[in-house]
Write a protein that binds this ligand. Structure first.
Ligand code: ZN
Length: 299
């Protein structure tokens, strides 16, 4: 593997061009990767996903529900680069599992964070209004029309709406607005469709930050507890249950309700947005989680 390319993957901003280039590169290096389209975002950006492996057990890894947490997309691109290497470990994983990897669920949000709003776009005035009149979008978490994608799933949606109103959020906002109904957004609706169709054996959803692994504790089965502890010991992260607003309407809660073992990995520690320069150190913490979670999910 080219060390410099790998370092660049982890430490440079997550643009559409970078994702396309990285996926093209791994596909070029290893023809067993399939690059597919999950959906098109509100602003028409393609949301790609990658399929790799021919095993029975299907695993879904998803990054960047939240725009300013785009660093998580770099982690999955780095993981894909490692999978594209021909090694003993990758050929074992290829035979035993099937990976579905979504490096960036929210490309419109990431573009707002990294490049700001486009004054020529039809949503420009609305986006600035949702951002309380500011053109600084560096702390934006939602999609292009102000829906927080990780509150747009059906489990806990109505309870969450009550909390949201208590917080004075009635419509599109930089963060925490759940949308008008569950799966109202093209990004979440396509992802739920994919999950219903593929029925993965495991879902890992990446966020920043906190160095924590959230799952359905305390209601989880003993094997789920065991898996959470194993993931925690691989990453040196803490385990726990999401609390407050984070406990409602998210992908992990929805997938658990659908009977799919699911974990939220809060990567790294610090204040969001974590700087790209943290990418290499965070990848070192979580790479074993990415590689070992498939095997652990069989226990
Ligand atoms: Zn998040």
């Amino acid at each position: 593997m080219n060390e410099q390319t790998f370092k660049d993957t982890l430490t440079t901003p997550l643009t559409d061009e970078k994702i396309d280039r990285a996926l093209w590169h791994i596909r070029h290096k290893n023809s067993r990767f399939r690059i597919c389209t999950l959906a098109y975002s509100i602003c028409g950006r393609r949301i790609p996903y990658v399929m790799w492996g021919e095993g029975q057990h299907l695993l879904l890894y998803v990054a960047v529900h939240h725009a300013m947490e785009w660093l998580t997309g770099n982690l999955l691109l780095a993981f894909l680069e490692e999978l594209s290497e021909d090694t003993k470990e990758t050929s074992r994983l290829y035979q035993q599992f099937r990976f579905v990897v979504i490096p960036c669920l929210n490309p419109d949000g990431v573009s707002l964070v990294l490049e700001g709003a486009n004054p020529g776009h039809v949503l420009y005035q609305r986006q600035v209004r949702m951002n309380e009149g500011s053109t600084d979008f560096s702390h934006w978490q939602a999609n292009a029309r102000g829906v927080d994608l990780n509150h747009n799933y059906s489990v806990g949606f109505h309870e969450y709406r009550a909390l949201q109103i208590e917080k004075g959020i009635y419509g599109g906002a930089p963060t925490l607005y759940a949308g008008t109904y569950p799966e109202s957004e093209p990004e979440t609706s396509a992802l739920c469709g994919l999950v219903r169709m593929l029925r993965p054996s495991l879902i890992l959803t990446l966020h920043t930050q906190g160095e924590e692994i959230f799952y359905d504790a305390p209601n989880a089965t003993p094997s789920r507890h065991k898996m959470a502890e194993a993931l925690a010991s691989l990453s040196k992260y803490q385990t726990g249950k999401a609390e407050g607003t984070a406990a409602y309407g998210g992908l992990t809660e929805w997938a658990v309700r659908c009977g799919i073992p699911s974990f939220t990995i809060e990567c790294g520690k610090g204040e969001n947005p974590l700087p790209a320069s943290c990418g290499e150190a965070i990848y070192e913490q979580v790479r074993q989680v990415f590689f070992c979670a498939p095997q652990l999910s069989l226990l």
